[in-house]
Design a protein around this ligand. Sequence first.
Ligand SMILES: Nc1nc2c(c(=O)[nH]1)N[C@H]1C(S)=C(S)[C@@H](COP(=O)(O)OP(=O)(O)OC[C@H]3O[C@@H](n4cnc5c(N)ncnc54)[C@H](O)[C@@H]3O)O[C@H]1N2
Ligand code: MOO
Length: 428
Amino acid sequence: MDHTPEALKVRWQVDDGCQAGSFEKPVSIETAVTIAVAMSQPLHRFEVVPLLQARSRVCSSDIRAPISIPPFDNSAMDGFAIHSSMIATGTGPWMFDIAGTVAAGDRAPDDVDISLALRIFTGASMPKGFDTVIRQEDCDVAGDRLTVLSRPRGSANVRHSGEDVASGKLVLRKREFITPNKIALLAALGICEVEVYAPVRVGFFTTGSELVEPGQHLFNAQIFNSNKYFLAASLAEPWVELIDFGQVRDDRKLISAMIAAAVARCDVLLTTGGASAGREDHLSAAFRENGGQFEVTKVAMRPGKPLKMGRLGNVIFGALPGNPYAAAITFSQIVMPAIKRTAGLSTVRSDPQVGVAAFTYRKTSGRSEFIPVSIAGSDSLGRPSLQMLDKGSAGRLFPLSVADGVAHLPEDVIEIVEGLPMPFFPLS
Ligand SMILES: Nc1nc2c(c(=O)[nH]1)N[C@H]1C(S)=C(S)[C@@H](COP(=O)(O)OP(=O)(O)OC[C@H]3O[C@@H](n4cnc5c(N)ncnc54)[C@H](O)[C@@H]3O)O[C@H]1N2
Ligand code: MOO
């Protein structure tokens, strides 16, 4: 160990009395996210699912359009198909005989003389040789005689084959998230099944001898287990296979045995509680005695400083702090990007928006802080004005439950004044 005065100084500054890893310097949140994402690798398990089951899954191979959309030239309006040359000169009105009707789904005739007109409906295939549709409100009709009163302005009211999607176009990329809008596009292309990443298997258990399930009786010194429900609700996604390993007392042997059993069944293993410094905080020791190695042991953030991320074989391990707000913030900021990468997603971080502070606040330099905020109107530039709901106390649940977002106060900032622009993560 380095005993130079400089090294000792650094160690003193960061020593907070923790057990394992106590002398390790906290890394910045940026570094923690980078490490967490870098140690995660996209799964090598894939499956082919029917189109509807591809919703909220991760595409695992590029998809190109097998056909064009629209597949054929068709009318964008209810009206009359004509040939543009017939109204190219003069100021109108122009007269036509109506030779028939084409409705959506009809095979369009291909032998109609272009001096004639055809009644046509939106979505109907354009008859061969016809290139313009006059809206019915721009015409007069008397029996089989059509009078065109004005030329269409701009477009000829025709949707051309391939103008939306040309055959062969890349429509979905490997590692993209599949939304309802993408499902609609795939359906329009006639695609009925999609190859996706298998759901990432995320196992979790909560630790703490004080925890009781909601619905059970609460004895003195006990609290209801909220972290379990936070994690389960946050991860209830089609791209995740959630494995709830239950609840473990603050007992190193039990926690160690649970880790050993759980890692065999998941790609990512999460725990809450016992991540910090006290004698009853066993997560680090239990993880290490199973052969796990931490890559993040402390983060310069509040809340969430004790967050730990490591690997045990191919399994990503995240030990979240027990305090509920700290668990929620570390989960969304650091753990979720790692889970998303493992699930195959290419976009793993949520982009913050920019708001402006509607409060004053002094913070400690050298650590990021995350505070729950509400949006109270907007400033003259239209940016959301952020009202502080709480100082980001690690143990509090209520402020986050009513927050519109979480503001990120960067490491080097020490004073927040009204009107200061700041990043915040909206909560939906
Ligand atoms: N001497 C020190 N003490 C603490 C430090 C430190 O550096 N030195 N760090 C503090 C910080 S920061 C945090 S955050 C917490 C993290 O604690 P642990 O991860 O060890 O969690 P526990 O001690 O087990 O629990 C903390 C708190 O959270 C409640 N809890 C735990 N699990 C749940 C759950 N599933 N649902 C709801 N609430 C839960 C628990 O009852 C405690 O009140 O440590 C500080 N201490
Ligand atoms: O990380 Mo702790 O969350 O500051 O109480």
